[in-house]
Structures are given as structure tokens and as C-alpha cells.
Design a protein around this ligand. Structure first.
Ligand code: ARG
Length: 463
């Protein structure tokens, strides 16, 4: 028997209980209660396996399975009060199980340790977050594809250095993000596949002398196979780091799109109008409609990147196998996953509701000498000029237009001939923005037919 105040689970060698500060710094129940569902699933798989392997009696396994169902229901109904003295979710659930079923509860922890238990719970949780994030990404992609389809041939300025570069289509711009978010989903799928191995049965670090069946528990929990090295199984947190890396990159993409929405919804651009549902007003300036959701999204990625750096820092100096440092793996991942989820949902809402201003897009597309490259290409194609000379001639024409406050299509043929005498009427055919985008039919280019082909490809992939 342990001394008064000592921990009921491991107090055998302890003469007394912990200092209050020790209890406060040590307890993880304040946050790892989020793993309750995974912990119960893992315990049920473990108990069934112990009975199947003849390590505990079938009757005990059944009592444990039923008891854990009741614990799950108690938790769902808010009937469980978590105890910091019991440190974490694993010991809180076991203690509750003991209250409910008595002695058989004491057999559940045979041939396992909290080290493989927490590694299993956390993997299951992160795996679920990968699935949720992938679903969130697919919803966002659908919203972007809808926008792309509506404006597959609308023209807008394409930018480099945020300076007008060449006209592109609205659909093309939307579909660029569909590609980015597809890679994010791909990274999550890759991470999910790699993390889908079961640590359960690695026990504290060395495996166990009981004749357990790790394949059985792995299967029951939807893992592909058991982790092959028990030391690695309990000390690996790569799965959480890979999730955070994928989430960070995805958050960065969300932030870039959010930044575009902030710029595009400004009075100076007026490329898009965000819906009232995703904007706020100002308490002092009645005219204002602020893109708060986009601004918050732009900022939220900082938390996700921060979580990745924090966990890398926790892990980087740890010798094998488990160290208590690893208890610090959870809160950051929880926060990052929540942040990613709400960011994806908010972006999907904004994109779905947003109205693109076709006229403003087209007016902007035509300004800023955006078809200068088309003019240079025409000089190469129709007059046989070397590109470098064509570039020079076009530059002179742009200067001429700029000096007189006009755009390229406003120059007269005579003015153009003054710069290069062989220029013909035909040049005006390439100076219009619609001709410009229609001509960019190379694979992956901005021509509406290319955009529509990409939309069709994605519609098939994302039913
Ligand atoms: N609460 C612990 C954690 O999150 C569970 C594992 C505890 N293991 C141990 N040997 N003390 O990491």
C-alpha cells in the first residue's frame, strides 16, 4: 500500500504526495482531456487483445469494455470531474473505470505503459485532424472552382511585384489557389499514411514479455501495422510535426489569399465585394466595411508556425526514449489544428460569398500597359524582329503612351510607325486584353479554354 497522499497509480514507492506546485506543473489533464475518445478506443482495443491472447479473462475484458463505454457516456454528459492529482487523461479514465467496475479495471494496464498509450492516443487524434483538414481543404477548393467557373473568361491584371504585368483571367487566378490547396491536402495525406502505424504494445520502451498481438490492436484502431521499433514508437512525434508542417504551409497559402482579399476589397481596387457575413463595420466611420475575417486569417498562420517551432524545440534534444518534455507536445498541436480548421472554414465562407466586380477587373486589366508583352510578341511573330529588339521598340511605344497619358491601344498607327516603320494595322488585334488572354493557350496558361480544361479536370477529381 502507498502512503497517504501518494499517487494511487504509482505511489507504491512514494512516502507522500507531491508539492502543490509539482502537481500544477505536472498535470496535463487540463488539456489532454481532449484525447478522451482516443484513449477509450485504445483501451478497448487493448483489453480485447489481452483477452484474445489469454492474458486476462474474457469476463474481465468485457467488464472493462462495458465500463469504458459508460465512462465515454459519462464524459459526454459532463458527469466526470477531472482530477489534477491523477495527472492526465489516462489515469483519470482508469480511475473512473475502477469506480464503475471495481477490480477488473486494475487488469487493463497489463502489458502497456502510459508511454505507448499516449503515443497511440495522440496519433489517433492527429490522424483525425488530417482527415478533417483534408475535408476542409476540399470544401475550399470547391468554392474556388465555382468562382473560377463563373469568371473563366473575365480579364483582370496579372501582377508581378504587385505591378501590372499581363492580363490574366479571373478563373485562372482562382484555379492557382486550387492547385496550392491540392498540394496542402496531398501533404496531409502523405503525413497521414506515414503516421498510420500503431505504437500500442511498445509498452514503456522495450516491448513486453506478455504474449500480446500488436497486429490485432493495430487493426482494431485502423492502423496499417504496428510500429516496428518499441523505442521509436514511444519517442516519435514526427507525426505531429509533419501535421504542423503541412498545416503551416497551408496556413501560409491561406494567408496569401487573405492578403489578396484585403487588397482586392479596398476602395482603390474594388476587384471584389466581400459579403456582410464576413465583414465588420467601424464604430466611428459609417462608410467602412472591413475585411476582418481575411485579416484574422492572415494573422492566424502565426500561431500554426509558432506551434511547429515550439514542438521542434521540445523534441530536438531528447534522448531515447520517452521524456516528460513530450507532454508539452499537445497544447500547441491542439491550438494549431483548431486554428487551421476555423481558418479553412472562414476562407471557404468568404470565397463562396464573394462577388467579383467584372467591370473593375477588366478596367484594371486594360490599364498599366498590360499588353506590352503581346505587342513585343507580335513584332517578333509578324515582323520577324529578334525579341530583344522587339522589347526595345515596345519600350519606346510604352514611353510614348505614358508621356501623353494614354494606354497602348490609344496610340495611332502613325505614332507607332514613327518608332518602327513596318508596324501595320494588325498590331491593334493583340493590344486588347481579351485577345491577350485568349492567345495564351499553352498548357497551364491563362486562356479561358485552358482554364475551363483545368476546371473540368478538378471537377472530376473533386466530385
Ligand atoms: N501525460 C503524459 C504525456 O502526455 C503521459 C505519459 C506519461 N508517461 C510517463 N512515463 N510519466 O506525455
Amino acid at each position: 500500500m502507498s502512503e497517504k497522499g501518494a499517487n494511487a497509480m504509482w505511489g507504491g514507492r512514494f512516502a507522500g504526495g507531491p508539492d502543490a506546485i509539482m502537481e500544477a506543473i505536472n498535470a496535463s489533464i487540463g488539456f489532454d482531456q481532449r484525447l478522451a475518445g482516443e484513449d477509450i478506443a485504445g483501451s478497448q482495443a487493448h483489453a480485447a487483445m489481452l483477452a484474445a491472447c489469454g492474458i486476462i479473462a474474457q469476463a474481465d475484458a468485457e467488464a472493462i469494455a462495458d465500463g469504458l463505454d459508460r465512462v465515454r457516456a459519462d464524459i459526454a454528459a459532463g458527469r466526470v470531474s477531472w482530477s489534477p492529482a491523477l495527472e492526465d487523461i489516462h489515469m483519470n479514465i482508469e480511475a473512473r473505470l475502477k469506480e464503475l467496475i471495481g477490480a477488473p479495471a486494475g487488469r487493463l494496464h497489463t502489458a502497456r505503459s502510459r508511454n505507448d498509450q499516449v503515443a497511440t492516443d495522440f496519433r489517433l487524434w492527429v490522424r483525425g485532424q488530417c482527415d478533417d483538414a483534408i475535408a476542409g481543404l476540399e470544401a475550399l477548393q470547391r468554392a474556388l472552382i465555382d468562382q473560377a467557373e463563373a469568371g473563366a473568361d473575365w480579364v483582370m491584371p496579372g501582377f508581378t511585384h504587385l505591378q501590372t504585368a499581363q492580363p490574366v483571367t479571373w478563373g485562372h487566378h482562382m484555379m492557382a489557389y486550387v492547385e496550392m490547396f491540392a498540394r496542402d491536402a496531398g501533404r496531409l495525406r502523405d503525413a497521414r499514411a506515414r503516421m498510420n502505424e500503431s505504437p500500442l504494445g511498445a509498452a514503456a520502451l522495450a516491448g513486453t514479455s506478455f504474449p500480446i498481438d500488436r497486429e490485432m490492436t493495430a487493426r482494431a484502431l485502423g492502423f496499417e501495422r504496428p510500429c516496428a521499433n518499441s523505442l521509436d514508437a514511444v519517442s516519435d512525434r514526427d507525426f505531429a510535426l509533419e501535421f504542423l508542417a503541412a498545416a503551416s504551409i497551408c496556413g501560409m497559402h491561406l494567408s496569401r489569399l487573405a492578403e489578396e482579399l484585403v487588397i482586392w476589397s479596398s476602395a482603390q481596387f474594388r476587384f471584389v465585394a466581400l459579403s456582410d457575413r464576413f465583414a465588420t463595420g467601424s464604430s466611428i466611420m459609417p462608410q467602412k466595411k472591413n475585411p476582418d475575417a481575411a485579416e484574422l486569417l492572415r494573422a492566424k498562420v502565426g500561431r500554426i508556425i509558432g506551434a511547429q517551432v515550439a514542438l521542434l524545440t521540445v523534441m530536438k534534444g531528447l534522448p531515447l526514449a520517452y521524456s516528460k518534455d513530450m507532454q508539452e507536445d499537445k497544447e500547441q498541436v491542439f491550438d494549431a489544428a483548431d486554428t487551421l480548421q476555423i481558418s479553412l472554414a472562414a476562407m471557404t465562407g468568404m470565397i463562396g460569398d464573394m462577388t467579383a466586380n467584372r467591370d473593375a477587373l477588366e478596367a484594371a486589366a486594360a490599364s498599366g500597359f498590360s499588353t506590352a508583352t503581346d505587342l513585343a510578341d507580335w513584332l517578333v511573330r509578324d515582323l520577324g524582329l529578334p525579341f530583344r529588339e522587339a522589347h526595345h521598340v515596345t519600350g519606346a511605344l510604352v514611353r510614348r503612351a505614358e508621356e501623353t497619358g494614354r494606354d497602348l491601344p490609344d496610340l495611332t498607327l502613325d505614332e507607332m510607325r514613327a518608332v518602327h516603320p513596318q508596324i501595320t494595322e494588325g498590331v491593334f488585334g493583340v493590344l486588347g486584353v481579351h485577345n491577350s488572354v485568349a492567345s495564351r493557350t499553352s498548357f497551364g496558361g491563362t486562356a479561358p479554354e485552358q482554364v475551363r480544361a483545368q476546371i473540368a479536370r478538378w471537377r472530376e477529381r473533386l466530385p
